[in-house]
Design a protein around this ligand. Structure first.
Ligand code: SF4
Ligand code: SF4
Length: 482
């Protein structure tokens, strides 16, 4: 081991940013935020001009007024947290999660049928990966029960697990949803465990009775919806081309007014035709009353008519920035804002997330289709190419391992020098497959936007931690972050 006094120091890998009037570093190998005081800032400034030995640094710090002990402590602290590194600094690469990583969430696609024909749908549209031919259209009770048993047996000692109901249109199989809630709750309770539920729906089939059931059972609801009538009806249409806004608007209002046990979220798909983020947010949050609104650009190959081009994405990011500023203003006043794209990233920053994989797909999260086929997540359900086994026969560990190895950040050459990798890790596997034909390919078409957006959220985090740290505590508690 190198003696401390002969060490040569250089800067570690970090992204520096300002929040309010303070300076912070985002430490990439750890995915952690480090606030700089003026002494640390001075030392970093010095090392940005070139390497220096321990003795050199000590001499320069002492000369600028530090006591010997303070200078030594400062160097030790920055070295220990890898803000500065030396030849003997060992940074372990992110390991592969264990093969038997316990399941946390199961997405159950209760049906692959839908009563809408949204042009951009990843399940039925031009870029679909599903191969549902010859498979059941609706999940039956045996497959559903076996799926619940699978979740409980594959989640090892987790005290709490989660089921998301999905489709097609989930509510086309509402009787099964009800049975699953009863069965899964009974089974989890027998084992002294907790299970909670959520669903995604297009809201066309919501009725007062369904809303009452969802509220009584604390089932979280996400409504896929693209905004006010002129935007919703562009691509979210019935098979005869008729728009769906008129049908869902009263149902959504009823849902929000009567489902009192969980926040109701809207999830917007942005397309070339639908990029008015601010107008959409105002409508969904203020006119309709959703608690949270999240946006995602459509997943598609570039030549589709609804694919957003670079100019469209720039406009989207501009509007995201405006909502992000609002989010910050709210947080400084101690109020929650409903723009979930910021809330989600802030949650990950608070947790110090450092991802080996972009999401839980194929790891703590799996999807199961009506046939019982297991997929890495809901978007791959019913795809023979991406199947990871079947509920009846279990997980195909070889296929799972191949999926996870390709998706691991260490396999993504282009990401190795990117400071945003602890939070991005290459981006959605499904998006990567649609764009590049490989679930393990990094989503390089989004890098600049991802880094811009991550920097924005870091600055918000820094500003709130400097000016209203209590808000972050309340926020973490509300989001049940650990
Ligand atoms: S996909 Fe791009 S932004 Fe994401 S980690 Fe890789 S290089 Fe960075
Ligand atoms: S692969 Fe994509 S769609 Fe599936 S869970 Fe991950 S981020 Fe979500």
């Amino acid at each position: 081991m190198t003696a401390i006094t002969t060490r040569n120091y250089r800067l570690g890998e970090f992204h520096s940013f300002q929040g309010a009037d303070r300076r912070f570093l985002y430490l990439v190998p750890a995915g952690a935020v480090f606030e700089l005081d003026s002494a640390a800032e001075k030392l970093i400034e010095r090392l940005s001009q070139g390497e220096a030995s321990h003795q050199q640094l000590m001499a320069e710090l002492v000369e600028s007024g530090f006591s010997y002990a303070d200078a030594d402590e400062l160097i030790g602290e920055l070295h220990g947290s890898h803000v500065i590194v030396s030849g003997d600094t060992v940074l372990e690469p992110l390991a592969n999660p264990p093969a038997d990583f316990p399941l946390q969430s199961l997405v159950m696609n209760l049906t692959n049928q839908c009563n809408l024909s949204c042009t951009y749908c990843y399940e039925f549209g031009e870029d679909k990966v599903a191969t549902p031919e010859g498979k059941p259209k609706f999940m039956d009770i045996e497959t559903a029960k076996a799926s619940v048993d699978f979740l409980l047996s594959q989640s090892a000692n987790r005290k709490s697990v989660h089921i998301t109901f999905f489709g097609g249109e989930t509510l086309m199989n509402f009787p099964l949803l009800k049975s699953v809630v009863t069965y899964a709750t009974e089974k989890a309770t027998e084992q002294g465990r907790h299970i909670d539920f959520s669903l995604t729906t297009n809201a066309t089939l919501l009725t007062p009775a369904i809303v009452e059931f969802l509220s009584e059972n604390r089932i979280g609801v996400t409504v896929s919806m693209d905004g006010p009538p002129d935007l919703q009806d562009k691509l979210r249409v019935f098979s005869n081309g008729r728009g769906s806004y008129d049908i869902i608007e009263p149902r959504v209002r009823h849902l929000i007014a009567n489902h009192r046990t969980r926040p109701i979220t809207a999830r917007v798909t942005l397309t070339a035709q639908v990029t008015d983020v601010l107008r959409i947010y105002r409508h969904l949050k203020h006119d309709l009353g959703f608690h949270e609104v999240g946006f995602a650009p459509v997943t598609t190959s570039t030549d589709r008519s609804y694919s957003i081009n670079a100019k469209g994405m720039d406009s989207v990011i501009d509007q995201f920035q405006k909502l992000a500023e609002e989010w910050l203003e709210f947080a400084l006043r101690g109020e929650m804002h409903g723009f979930s794209n910021v809330s989600d990233t802030i949650s990950e920053i608070i947790q110090g997330v450092n991802k080996s994989h972009p999401c839980g797909a194929g790891l703590g999260l799996m999807g199961v289709g009506p046939s019982g086929d297991i997929a890495p997540c809901h978007r791959f359900v019913d795809s023979d190419t991406h199947s990871l086994g079947n509920i009846a026969t279990g997980i195909d560990r070889e296929k799972q391992n191949d999926f996870l190895t390709r998706g691991h950040i260490n396999s993504k050459y282009d990401c190795q020098t990117c400071w945003a990798r602890p939070l991005c890790a290459g981006g959605c596997h499904h998006e990567a497959y649609v764009r590049y034909g490989d679930t393990g390919h990094p989503n390089l078409h989004y890098c600049d936007w991802i880094r811009d957006w991550t920097d924005t959220c870091l600055r918000i985090y820094g500003a709130v931690s400097a000016k209203n740290p209590t808000f972050l505590e309340v926020f973490a508690e509300r989001k049940a972050l650990n």
